[in-house]
Design a protein around this ligand. Structure first.
Ligand SMILES: C[S@@+](CC[C@H](N)C(=O)[O-])C[C@H]1O[C@@H](n2cnc3c(N)ncnc32)[C@H](O)[C@@H]1O
Length: 242
């Protein structure tokens, strides 16, 4: 926020992102004004553009939106943590819960590392950021944790990145997922807007599946040893060697 009370661009995008999370589960009729607005503002980058909303609809449009938002606001912060003097030079990146793959692709490029592994239970989300990707594994990491361990053992990434994944995972499975990445550097990025709850509709979807948003306390419980930590509202970034 500028001193004259005008929201800065980052804040506007944060608010817009929050609105879109809410909008993505409204009825088609209710969504129309937001669709028109986002297409007017963003053109083909709109999460509601026909190329984004095709066969799988809302979730995909949310992930496309996250790609646009993330490249603009999440990547620079993530890169600054990963290139701290105290960090090793990472050579192989694994993106777990990769969505469209923008984070793995962006981090690999920024670090001049290999985008060695991308994992997601939805293959259809993986679009546009795969040119340099070496291996994609389509699995549910909660249901098939051994498959993830096998892939990690083969690929041997020195950096695992998890952007906005943990809130999709049931709390009791989060520890197992993290234990399976033991010995590796991990960058965890989570959407935690302290003063603003997750959009009710999105929260309901998560809770129905047995998952739930994380609080800051959950983050510190999961990662008691942290090598670098920062928060650029509404995201929290934890870099740690598990
Ligand atoms: C909110 S999206 C974030 C996607 C991407 N990391 C990003 O930042 O754009 C969560 C992603 O995790 C994937 N996901 C959720 N639960 C999963 C699970 N149990 N196993 C594998 N992938 C999962 C979803 O399919 C989705 O792509």
């Amino acid at each position: 926020m500028y001193t004259d009370g005008t929201p800065d661009e980052n804040e506007l995008w944060d608010n817009f992102y929050h609105v879109l999370r809410q909008v993505s589960v409204l009825s088609e009729e209710e969504r129309m004004p937001f669709i028109a607005l986002s297409e007017y503002l963003l053109g083909e980058r709109s999460p509601f553009h026909p190329y984004a909303v095709d066969t799988i609809g809302d979730y995909r449009s949310l992930c496309f939106w996250l790609s646009e938002y993330g490249k603009r606001f999440i990547l620079p912060t993530a890169k600054s943590l990963l290139t701290l003097d105290t960090m090793p030079k990472f050579k192989k990146v694994a993106d777990i819960g990769c969505g469209t793959g923008w984070f793995g692709a962006g981090i690999s490029e920024a670090l001049d590392a290999k985008f060695a592994l991308a994992v997601d239970k939805r293959k259809m989300l993986l679009k546009g950021y795969t040119e340099s990707l070496e291996m994609f594994l389509q699995i549910d990491v909660e249901e098939r944790p051994k498959k993830l361990v096998e892939a990690i053992d083969v690929v041997e990434p020195d950096l695992c990145i998890l952007c906005d994944l943990l809130h999709c995972i049931e709390p009791k499975s989060r520890k197992e997922l993290i234990n399976n990445l033991a010995g590796r550097y991990c960058l965890i990025v989570e959407y935690i807007p302290d003063d603003q709850d997750l959009a009710d509709s999105y929260r309901d979807q998560l809770v129905r599946k047995g998952a739930k948003p994380l609080s800051r306390a959950d983050i510190f419980e999961l990662f008691p040893v942290v090598h670098a930590y920062t928060t650029v509202h509404p995201y929290v970034y934890v870099l740690t060697k598990l």
